[in-house]
Design a binder for this molecule. Structure first.
Ligand code: IMP
Length: 466
């Protein structure tokens, strides 16, 4: 397993706990380079290190390790304000970001993208970070790239960028005013701000494809870090309730322009499932409209676990309370907004789809500890569409919406945090994991049993039962 490059990709709807797995791999297996290849600061990766929590959005998860080269590839969309803010937070906390490089081919999220996303993104439940509108402009060849703002000598190119920004901005202001009935942007002010921000990161801009080629030539190892999850992929997710980038294996090649083929392709799978935003979601516990109102968390105020009475009701079939049980135990709330994530049982039909689309070779199972003490746990192993049974993920959203999950039930298990190897896990937890492996046809090599770096075990000798 060592001496190979690897891909980490979410195998559900994002928020699977990728940051922790990337961080552990960098630490334990000596990767030399971490590359982000898709998405933008719509992503949120949380790393816990030495008792400190580092929330990352755009910057790759290898940034805490000074010997690791961190690359933001061409497939990523870069919000200058978001980038500078993240750099400032890291620098303040003593993290040196000189090991960060940004592709000159990456597209820039411009102020109009955020305005348009905030106005139109509600139907999909987007993050309103301007991601979709930015990728739209990339495809329509109206986008502005990092290499237009920062020239080949790492100087801010005021003349070229200023002209392009004014031309595109004037067109966007027309749309914003006439089509959407919103206040136009003050383009001069916005441009001055972007020039100011660019001074902070101009030295980090380069041809990252060339950089990755050099890294390959030196025999170094690369870890590709996908954002979001395969079920939010533009082509292979639950379209149109998806993000606008290629999340899957193919996205890592096009989005990084790299000569590395990741032989090890690790799908991150949470022991249950969550989804943020709108769209059909099988196995969902509770009604989202009610959850949106009743389950919002105030920042910094941890919510108490469920009472014994509420737990009993959940076990007697109250799905809203079962969802809340998992949500509170797993702290499934948006890191910046406090928005409750939708929670449900692990859907193996959907994960198998992710395995096939990305050619995954193994799973990293996360947050097993969150299920501790729930006496009955479920897995979705098929869908019912009327009298038809499906074991493949439908492409049509209307079909997906009318499907009903078919469950397999498992006995719950007690504490898992202290397990250092697979046989040390409770028997019921082993059975649960073995069923996941046999269904997917690949091993769960890494199993995360708690929030700290030390809370994970690796199955060196894996076998896929079944
Ligand atoms: P967008 O990526 O902001 O355009 O949002 C499109 C959809 O993807 C929405 O349902 C978002 O909630 C979802 N989404 C985007 N990024 C993430 C993420 O990092 N984790 C979970 N969901 C995400």
């Amino acid at each position: 397993m060592r001496n190979t490059s690897a891909l980490i990709v979410g195998a559900q709807f994002g928020d699977e706990g990728k940051g922790k797995i990337v961080d552990s791999l960098v630490q334990d297996e000596d990767f030399d380079c971490v590359v982000r290849y898709n998405g933008g600061n719509n992503a949120g990766h949380t790393i816990v290190s030495d008792g400190q929590t580092y929330p990352l959005h755009l910057i790759p998860s290898g940034i805490l390790h000074p010997h690791v080269t961190n690359v933001i590839g061409a497939g990523v969309v870069v919000d200058p304000a978001g980038l500078v803010q993240e750099l400032a937070t890291l620098t303040e906390r003593g993290v040196d970001c000189k090991n960060l490089f940004i592709s000159d081919r990456a597209h820039l999220v411009m102020p109009w993208h955020k305005v348009i996303d905030a106005h139109l993104g509600g139907k999909i439940g987007t993050t309103a970070r301007g991601i979709g509108p930015c990728y739209e402009d990339r495809a329509s060849r109206r986008g502005l790239r990092v290499g237009e703002l920062v020239d080949e000598n790492n100087r801010v190119d005021k003349e070229h960028f200023g002209a392009r920004f004014s031309e595109v901005g004037a067109h966007k202001n027309e749309l914003i005013q006439k089509l959407y009935g919103l206040e136009p942007l003050d383009l001069e002010k916005e441009l001055a701000e972007i020039f100011h921000l660019a001074e902070t990161f101009k030295d980090r801009v380069c041809d990252t494809s060339e950089l990755l080629y050099q890294i390959k030539t030196e025999g170094k190892r690369v870890l590709f870090e996908g954002a979001q999850g395969c079920l939010l992929d533009l082509d292979w997710g639950s379209y149109p309730y998806v993000t606008s980038s290629t999340v899957t294996f193919s996205g890592c090649l096009s989005g990084s322009g790299s000569a590395h083929i990741p032989e090890r392709r690790i799908g991150i799978v949470k022991a249950y499932s969550t989804r943020v935003g709108e769209g059909p979601y099988l196995g969902e516990l509770g009604d989202y409209e009610t959850i949106k109102v009743q389950d919002v968390a105030k920042k910094g105020e941890p919510l108490p676990p469920l009472s014994d009475d509420e737990k009993q009701k959940a076990l007697n079939g109250d799905d809203l309370l079962m969802g809340r049980w998992i949500r509170r135990a797993g702290r499934e709330y948006g890191t910046t907004t406090g928005r409750p994530r939708r929670c449900g049982w692990l859907d193996l039909v959907a994960v198998k789809h992710a395995v096939q689309v990305s050619g995954l070779t193994e799973v990293a199972l996360t947050k097993l500890d969150i299920l501790v003490d729930i006496p009955k746990i479920k897995l979705i192993t098929a869908y019912k569409d009327g009298d038809k049974t499906l074991t493949t993920f439908p492409s049509r959203i209307n079909q997906l919406a009318r499907c009903q999950p078919v469950y397999e039930e498992f006995e719950g298990f007690g504490e898992v945090k202290n397990a250092k190897s697979f046989p040390e896990l409770p028997r019921a937890a082993q059975d649960f994991i073995r069923r996941i492996e046999s269904y997917l046809g690949i091993p769960a090599r890494i199993i995360s049993v708690g929030p700290e770096r030390s809370h994970h075990l690796v199955q060196e000798e894996t076998h896929v039962a079944g």
